[in-house]
Design a protein. Structure first.
Length: 248
């Protein structure tokens, strides 16, 4: 029977991994998506959309579908599914690996303020300026809803839902973005400060360079800790190696 790999997806790396696995004869790949993006695009291999019903539900799915390995390639801030995947893998004895792109690091000239959560980021904002470019995604905007004296430019792939800051305009866009484009956006909207999650990767990193070049402060929400004992790899070749496959 062909080995069955479950990829918990939603990231560029998950898509790349599914493509690589689906191209190999004798390997079956299923990518699971949470369903939070209305147009996720075409994926190679099998695709399922929606939750599993918690950690136990995921464990049951692994057994029922005879999964041989799990790769958690979800967003670095998808705490729930990462925790559930670690528990389910341990409970079923299915080998698992977490695929996480490296986070960003501040460099010379950066004016970074680190925050442990969106609520902490909101607390840091008032002294930094009145016009904020908020790029933390469409979820969790309620943490900034009480900042009625600030104007927010919110960028999101999907339209955000309340609660959210009352004085806000929404820009719907999907990366990758360029430094030139980000610089123009920051100037056009007279931005004083940028707020972002430490998502890592190149697709949305241009805003950090643009902010540095314009001398703007950046509030960076740190990644939540991973469950204890999980195996982490930084890229698709690392994940393939853990699965016993050579990159092509």
């Amino acid at each position: 029977m062909s080995p069955h790999v479950l990829v918990l997806g939603g990231t560029t790396e998950a898509r790349e991994l599914a493509t690589s696995l689906a191209a190999r004869s004798g390997v079956r790949v299923t990518t699971s998506l949470a369903g939070r993006v209305s147009r996720p695009g075409t994926l190679d291999g099998d695709v399922r959309v929606g939750g599993f019903g918690g950690a136990q539900g995921l464990a049951d799915w692994l057994r029922e579908h005879r999964v041989d390995a799990v790769v958690d390639a979800t967003h670095p801030f998808a705490v729930g599914i990462t925790r559930n995947a670690a528990w389910a893998a341990t409970a079923t004895g299915v080998p698992a690996v977490v695929l996480r792109r490296p986070g960003w690091s501040a460099g010379p000239g950066d004016r970074w303020h680190e925050a442990a959560s969106p609520a902490d980021a909101a607390a840091l904002l008032p002294p930094l300026g009145r016009r904020v470019f908020l790029t933390t995604g469409r979820l969790g905007l309620g943490a900034f809803a009480h900042l009625t004296d600030l104007h927010f430019v919110i960028r999101s792939v999907e339209p955000p839902a309340p609660p959210m800051p009352p004085d806000a305009e929404v820009l719907l866009a999907r990366g990758p973005f360029t430094v030139e484009g980000e610089s123009a956006l920051l100037r056009e909207h007279d931005i004083d400060a940028l707020v972002t999650k430490d998502s890592g990767g190149a697709a949305t990193a241009a805003k950090l360079t643009a902010a540095r070049e314009l001398g703007l402060p950046v509030v960076v929400v740190r990644r939540p800790p991973l469950p204890e004992g999980v195996t982490v790899v930084p890229d698709v070749p690392g994940a393939l190696a853990r699965l016993g496959l050579s990159p092509r």
